[in-house]
Design a protein around this ligand. Structure first.
Ligand code: FAD
Length: 387
């Protein structure tokens, strides 16, 4: 069972795989990680594979939304390290999915063709210094003054903000006590007057900067409101809508591909490394670790495919996407940590890809809705009584 039997997707996977094998040798992924920088022109090269249009309707230059196509792309690009896949997600998912679903006609005509050809990159501006899981308590404030919007506040953990063209930003647009009713999304160019960017060093997910975005009396035209005036104060519905289901699968696929890479590395290493006169893969303890890792990997794959099929078919999927996000993130972490042990000291040494997989996988249960939040979702959606 794979992400799709669709001939186009199978052919596309092969094309991306060959591209990654040819263009992204392990040393290059290591360099992006070491320098904490992936050059932006890689997005154009990825767009050259035709995959940026997989989230965009045909009338705007895309290929039509294909959840399976997007996940297959992430899984293939991620084979070279998840930076390239992350770059793709900033374009096709944060940009393509949200603008296709919520943009005004003018925003769609302007942005979607440019997203499809890899010209634009988006960043996601949800979190704030005091706002993590509880997104309904967003404080960054946007006020309408005539035909202008004035924004004040701070966004945190904004991946790629410093190199993005737009931050897709959740802001408070009315009385904070109303929580869910007074939120809106804006498109904020990070080079706008009044925006200051600061960088936070992170353990993993290196390649794109992680930024604080400080907004002081930033003035933008009314046209920056995602979806135009009709969607003013409708940010919560946009956040909790169908794009959230895809978002959970997108971050799960990054966890899955990281675990898959770790298993591949440990599997190969165990056959090369000899101790006590034979390869360590002949030791039962190593064989069992690797057999368990392969089994868990397969379980992750099936959870993700099942949830993706429901989303693709437009069926109710909130429980299944939360289960996939929870299971894949936590299990991917278990898999990678067990594979690290197979490499012994070399799993702890810089310069081996394994230590990067460890650093990258640790964020999976934290971001994009933590594992605890997914457990809350599942028990609430399955109507487990609270009293
Ligand atoms: C490398 C990295 C990149 C990121 N990129 C982005 C980005 O591009 N854009 C963006 O907007 N954000 C981004 N984030 C932020 C990320 O999505 C948040 O970390 C996440 O939403 C959790 O928020 P928090 O870390 O503030 O944790 P908190 O919400 O403060 O939670 C802390 C702990 O309490 C638990 N907890 C909180 N509330 C509950 C509850 N109701 N029930 C049970 N347990 C609970 C959590 O599970 C967690 O264990 C990024 C984070 C990292 C580390």
């Amino acid at each position: 069972m794979d992400f799709s039997d669709d001939e186009d997707i199978v052919a596309m996977r092969g094309q991306i795989r060959r591209f990654v094998e040819r263009e992204v040798p392990p040393e290059l992924a290591a360099q992006w990680d070491r320098e904490d920088h992936i050059p932006r022109d890689w997005l154009q090269r990825v767009a050259g594979l035709g995959v940026c249009g997989l989230t965009v309707p045909e009338e705007y230059g895309g290929l039509g939304m294909s959840v399976m196509g997007v996940l297959a792309t992430i899984m293939e690009l991620g084979r070279g390290g998840i930076m390239l896949a992350s770059l793709y997600i900033q374009n096709a998912c944060y940009g393509g999915i949200n603008i296709s679903e919520f943009g005004s006609e003018a925003q769609k005509r302007d942005l979607l063709p440019r997203l499809c050809n890899g010209e634009l990159m988006f960043a996601y501006g949800l979190s704030e210094p005091d706002v993590g899981a509880d997104l309904a308590s967003v404080k960054t404030k946007a006020e309408r003054r005539g035909d202008q919007i004035v924004i004040n506040g701070t966004k945190r953990w904004c991946t790629g903000a410093a190199v993005a063209d737009y931050i897709y930003m959740l802001v408070r647009t009315g009385d904070p006590d109303a929580r869910y009713q007074n939120l809106s999304f804006l498109l904020v160019p990070p080079d706008s007057k009044g925006v200051t960017l600061e960088e936070t060093e992170t353990l993993g997910l290196r390649g794109l900067p992680t930024n604080d975005v400080i907004l002081e009396d930033v003035e933008l035209p009314l046209a920056c409101v995602v979806g135009g005036e009709d969607r003013w104060n409708r940010g919560w519905q946009m956040l909790a809508g169908p794009s959230l289901e895809v978002e959970k699968l997108v971050s799960s696929s990054l966890g899955l591909v990281t675990a898959q890479s770790a298993v591949k590395e440990a599997w190969e290493y165990s056959q090369q490394r000899k101790q006590f006169g034979k390869p360590i893969c002949a030791q039962q303890s190593i064989r069992h670790v690797l057999a368990e890792a392969q089994t868990k990997l397969q379980a992750c794959r099936l959870m993700l495919i099942n949830a993706a099929q429901l989303v693709e078919a437009g069926q109710p999927s909130a429980v299944d996407t939360s289960m996939a996000k929870l299971f894949v993130s936590d299990t991917a972490r278990e898999i990678v940590l067990s594979c690290q042990e197979v490499l012994g000291a070399y799993g702890y040494a810089q310069g081996f890809a394994m230590e990067r997989y460890v650093r990258d996988v640790l964020v999976m249960p934290i971001w994009g809705g933590s594992s605890a939040i997914q457990k809350n979702n599942i028990s609430n959606l399955m109507r487990l009584p609270k009293a």
